[in-house]
Design a protein around this ligand. Sequence first.
Ligand SMILES: Nc1ncnc2c1ncn2[C@@H]1O[C@H](COP(=O)(O)OP(=O)(O)OP(=O)(O)O)[C@@H](O)[C@H]1O
Ligand SMILES: [Mg+2]
Length: 380
Amino acid sequence: MSTAGSAVHAEPFEGDDRQYSPTRLSGWLQEVYGPDRIRPEHLSRPQIADLAPRALAVHNDSREVWHANIGPIDTPQLLALHADLREIVESNRQDGNKTKPAALVDAHPGLGKSTAVRAYGCDLFRRQVNLRGDTTPGGARRVPVIYIALSGNTLIRGLNAAICRFYGLPVKGDADTLAERAVDAVLSMKTVAMVIDDIHFLAGSKSNAVRMANQLKYLSNVFPVTLIYVGVGVQERGILHEGFSPRESPLAQFGRRTTALTLLPFQVDDDEGRLQWHQLLKTIEQKLVLAEKYPGMLAEDLSDYLFARSTGHFASLMALVNRGCLRAIRGGHERLDEELMNQVKNDAAAEEARKELEAEIKAGLKTTRPQDPRRRRRSA
Ligand SMILES: Nc1ncnc2c1ncn2[C@@H]1O[C@H](COP(=O)(O)OP(=O)(O)OP(=O)(O)O)[C@@H](O)[C@H]1O
Ligand SMILES: [Mg+2]
């Protein structure tokens, strides 16, 4: 440590950024076993003013990375999705000669699909290792759950390559060679579930549901695991429909073996939704580390505002709050209010939908505030 006034350089401060890729085994293990972040200490404005410049820089850096990584918050939607996934995945104890039914988490962008499914994957991973040990009887590392994500126009070969890449295996060869290699890894590392994120990127899937169903059927034939697909607008493509002509039989086969799940945006059309929104804002508010935050800063004073600006989408809400906090820290404002939030930019989709919602709220046609609990009890 340097003493005040000495010319000695201060020790470098690395910060708690965690730049791993969950689509590689080493990164996935960091997500599964990474230590919980420790919330930076809450300092009052005078305490902050008393900090030496370097201590202030460290404090602010720690707060910024903290605010960028709040969650996963256990919302009622996330808990319900986890319960459904548990039921589907963990009842799949069929022997290898039987196909295991799959799950499809299909919802609009930015609602927290990937976050929720990865959280479930991590949980299942830890529970399996706790029960069965971290080494398989064959002496390999046990990897109960793997996570891969597709990108634009992936073919089956690309998908198999992504699985090989996850396990750190070579990615040379045709689709079948890669599949064989991947199956060997699945069997030796005792993988029981595979999360395939952004499945809508499977090549041709947009225009050709039959082809997509065929490709997914191939996967379920090849890999003796529970497949958890995650994607946007997959059902709309007709993939789960009953196919009647022989050409459409892959649709029927896929539809019969796949259970569709979803995540909904937050809504304020009824009191249950308004209470959930209120609870979510309260939870976030409690986690913020700003000198002048106060109870009700988000959940009361910014409730309508944040709903209109995020349109009830998790990604937009968390981006707004995170950016607002950065602004509040850097500018010394140390609290969130409308004036500050108005300067924060947000994603294009949320901004577009915002105006309409704001107008409805202003006109009194919509509110995000739950009914007063006393009145609720009386009317119940
Ligand atoms: N349970 C949660 N708790 C806290 N923040 C969350 C939660 N779920 C989502 N978020 C926030 O929303 C952002 C987007 O979530 P995520 O990537 O899981 O959405 P998605 O539905 O997979 O989106 P896309 O359709 O773009 O893949 C996250 O980076 C995070 O900031
Ligand atoms: Mg996602």
